[in-house]
Design a protein around this ligand. Structure first.
Ligand code: ADP
Length: 491
């Protein structure tokens, strides 16, 4: 596949197949394929190669063979390849965004924003590749020296979700390559094409063969087990649901594999009495509606101070009603289809449960009749604390609102979850906002901001939302081992 293939990916099958293994495009060893559908129409995009256990093992071999050369490649050279990939992604923003819309369904403007975000990981980690610190010092007891050096952890394996087909891949690929590690990637079965396009761009930028292997498949467990069951794989990084993460953590225990887990969230969005309500509404739209709400840091439940609840509900409701749903590529559309019908059914169930327990629909947008799997932008008010929607990840365009008057009581409710990924606080009083931010059990807090993802900042959760951080200065750490050398020499 060449660069022209980014457009072609969507339209024409490749003669060679679409498993990217050892620098070559190939079919699955047993020739199996599986269908990938356009969520906006339900139509088949194409049959994609379905990698299996044998391909997973071959990929480990290819990555292993490439490891020593990459480790010895000067950090400056690694950095240049990553930087060139950043430039290439930017240059091909439109094609990549169209590909994301095609397989994921999100609105084009969200897809284009994702490409920008995804590309930035290459720029950030190109900058980090040349800043891997080591240290040298005297032992406190005297008589010898401490040499502490960092080296790449080795072959790394990634499993990513469908909601950010580009960014969830690049957030892992860029730091791994920057640190000197070869990569195995299994993208989500729903969205393999974007990851393949990223592989094509890295190749174009000069990445030597074997350093990135992309295995699309609908046989996730087979590939995952093959990687986690092989002691040559030294790092495993996963983004997805808490349930699958838990399963993979168990598997990682067998070979004591170093893991990073970015799991589910249940983000509270707090609007204080002294908030700028218009700003809070804009932030709520960002935090709730980006990617149709199919985002792990999406605002999941709203705690609005009683003094501003009526104004916030009305203004937020108006903004949600104005959301235009449709095919992600259509002019003016801001809400695409959900990934598939089960996703819509699950959201409907959550809404029905809330209504049965006494919530009411405060505002609701419209959706096309179909084809495609749509759910309207919806604001639920008076949602009681026992409603499932306050305790489960919505992963869709529905915003459940509750009110509060007492800060401590609100914090107790906001923290009463096993998750701890993101939180949002709106208040004009920065002292109050920071006090709340520090007491919210979350790895990330947006204060007077609905958007917080930034390649230059550490992304990750506490409690059952995950382990480790991606992005920021911390991001490269996941791919580095520390070695300590006690050094003595005659003086
Ligand atoms: P979702 O509901 O978004 O599909 P998952 O956590 O199940 O959430 O999926 C996220 C990623 O994990 C996808 O790439 C999926 O194929 C993969 N996955 C799911 N189950 C397994 C498994 N048993 N082993 C390895 N990967 C898995």
């Amino acid at each position: 596949m060449n660069l022209a293939g980014i457009d072609l990916l969507a339209k024409a099958p490749f003669a060679e197949g679409d498993v990217f293994l050892g620098g070559r495009w190939t079919e699955a060893a047993d020739g199996r394929t599986y269908p990938v559908y356009d969520p906006a129409t339900g139509e088949l995009i194409r049959q994609v190669s379905a990698a299996g256990e044998e391909d997973a093992r071959t990929a480990i071999g290819a990555a292993g063979s490439a490891a020593a050369g990459w480790r010895a490649t000067p950090p400056r050279r690694r950095s240049e390849i990553l930087h060139d990939t950043f430039e290439l992604m930017r240059e091909h923003t439109d094609a990549l965004a169209r590909l994301i819309v095609l397989e994921n369904g999100k609105a084009y403007r969200d897809a284009a924003a994702e490409v920008g975000y995804a590309a930035e990981f290459f720029r950030w980690f190109a900058e980090e590749a040349v800043r891997i610190d080591s240290s040298f010092g005297d032992a406190p007891a005297g008589g010898y020296r401490h040499v502490v050096r960092r080296h790449p952890v080795g072959v790394t394996a990634f499993v990513t979700p469908w909601n950010f087909p580009a960014a969830m891949a690049t957030r892992k690929i860029a730091p791994a390559l920057a640190a000197g590690c070869p990569v195995l990637l299994k993208p989500a079965p729903e969205t393999p094409l974007t990851a393949l396009a990223v592989a094509a761009l890295l190749t174009e930028a000069g990445l030597p063969e074997g350093l990135l292997n992309v295995l699309p498949t609908d046989r996730a467990a087979e590939v995952g087990s093959a990687w986690l069951g092989d002691e040559r794989v030294r790092k495993f990084s996963f983004t997805g649901s808490t349930a699958t993460g838990r399963l993979l953590l168990e598997q990682a225990a067998a070979n004591v594999v170093n893991v990073t887990m970015e799991l589910g969230g249940n983000a509270p969005f707090v609007v204080c009495a002294d908030a700028d309500v218009d700003a809070a509404v804009r932030g709520a739209m960002d935090a709730k509606m980006r990617g149709g709400g199919e985002v792990c840091i999406a605002a999941n439940r709203f705690y609005v101070h009683a003094d501003v609840a009526a104004e916030f509900t009305e203004k937020f409701g108006a903004a949600m009603v104005a959301v235009r749903a449709g095919s992600g590529l259509a002019e003016g559309v801001t809400l695409g289809p959900m990934i598939n019908q089960p996703a819509v059914d699950r959201i409907r169930d959550l809404v029905a449960d809330a209504l049965a327990r006494g919530a009411r629909i405060a505002a609701q947008g419209e959706v096309p009749d179909g084809p495609g799997h749509f759910h309207p932008a919806t604001v639920l008010a008076d949602v009681p604390d026992d409603a499932r929607i306050l305790h489960e990840e919505v992963f869709g365009p529905v915003a459940p609102l509750t009110t509060f008057t007492d800060e401590d009581e609100m914090l107790a409710r906001a923290n009463a979850t096993v998750h701890g990924l993101a939180s949002y606080v709106y208040s004009r009083d920065v002292g109050r906002a920071l006090r709340l931010a520090e007491r919210l059990e979350a790895g990330m807090v947006g204060v007077n901001r609905g958007l917080l993802s930034d390649p230059a900042a550490p992304f990750g959760g506490v409690k059952q939302s995950g382990l480790g951080r991606e992005g920021g200065r911390e991001g490269i750490e996941a791919f580095l081992e520390t070695q300590y050398i006690a050094l003595d020499w005659p003086v």
